[in-house]
Design a protein around this ligand. Sequence first.
Ligand code: UNU
Ligand code: FES
Ligand code: FE
Length: 446
Amino acid sequence: MTEDAHLVDNVESSQSREIFWDKDVYNLELERVFGRSWLFLGHESLLPKPGDFITTYMAEDKVILSHQQDGSFRAFINSCTHRGNQICHADSGNAKAFVCNYHGWVYGQDGRLVDVPLETRCYHGQLDKAKLGAKHVRVETYKGFIFGCGDADAPSLEEYLGEFRWYLDTIWEGAGGGLELLGPPMKSILACNWKVPTENFVGDGYHVGWTHAGALGQIGGELAGLAGNRADMPFEELGFQFTTRHGHGFGVINNAAAAIHVKRDGWAKYLADTRAEVGRKFGPEREELYVGHWNCSIFPSCSFLYGTNTFKVWHPRGPHEIEVWTYTMVPRDADAATKSMIQREATRSFGTAGTLESDDGENMSSATHVNRGNITRDGRMDSSMGVGFEGPHPVYPGIVGSSFIGETSHRGFYRFWKEMLDAPDWAAVKANDDNWDSVFTNRDYW
Ligand code: UNU
Ligand code: FES
Ligand code: FE
């Protein structure tokens, strides 16, 4: 199924429609993509105190993320090692221990099995509690963002983010205060494959002026000129697209950070007040990125719009459905009024019932479910926009596409997705580190 260019053809820049529909592809993704990647679990700001916990998912696996007494974070599978019942049913809270509803087994904040009702009487001293703790997954954090990974052989989170940290630091560290996430997340169900929103956020600059034409016209401001994708729009000067080693990527619209926000005084002032410090720390190119609008995906299933400041996880629910979790991303050191203004505007535009969110939803389910047709699902999809108008750049890491409207970051995402499906283990992925970008052929573009 994966040994050739059938699912993803990097030369033709096309993908089989099976990638959105086929159950075997999905099962392989659970193992080889979700089972081996670093997956977003939460942000320190969502569980600030020892004992604080949140429950979330790593793909279809339920997990508890728990703030330890020593300040570190641990994550373990939210399923009792006795008869498999879900251990914790709360979304979040502060707990000394987690008690299973079914027979009362008690797990500590660290996931160890600490107490079993009637232990001596019924187990006759034969139960080895040390072996029956909840199953742990690796946890690492980067600038307050907490990720989990189910593969002991995966590289560290920092290596996994790789050169993409050069970009992330611009906003995840920014002028120095960093970011926090406002929760609890809004939750909704979309009838689509998880890769449709991921590819949309990683680099679909093409749909912005078309799908969102009405909303952009209403909002007005910097992006109103995109509405309708007219021939006279400032195409080359709009921005760039980026893709990196492990499929993470984004598109940027220059000078448009706050463009989707109608009420934006506090946020626009925060950016104006802090951009010079970002320029001093990170240089002029990243100062420009800091005041641009980003549509971004972190491989495989975490996306955000910087500037609009919506932050999303696409939890897969089988090949044809996802659960969308939506947080708001705000600067930690902004004042309370600015944070709540950003949260209101992010919710208005990209919350569950947001104006732009609902523009996208129907396309996403349609692009998935149309493939139920036997003739349709046999076909392919095209992502060739801007092939050759991209390449390695003297300043920006990874591969850089020449415009915000292109499919450079789609190609980078699917290139790595295919690499993960094909690779027997992380050692095989690492073996490609020096030539991963050879599919982007125009070495002299920049
Ligand atoms: O819908 C989007 N992904 C988007 C909207 C991206 C950039 C600007 C506005
Ligand atoms: Fe692109 Fe229809 S025009 S999916
Ligand atoms: Fe959109």
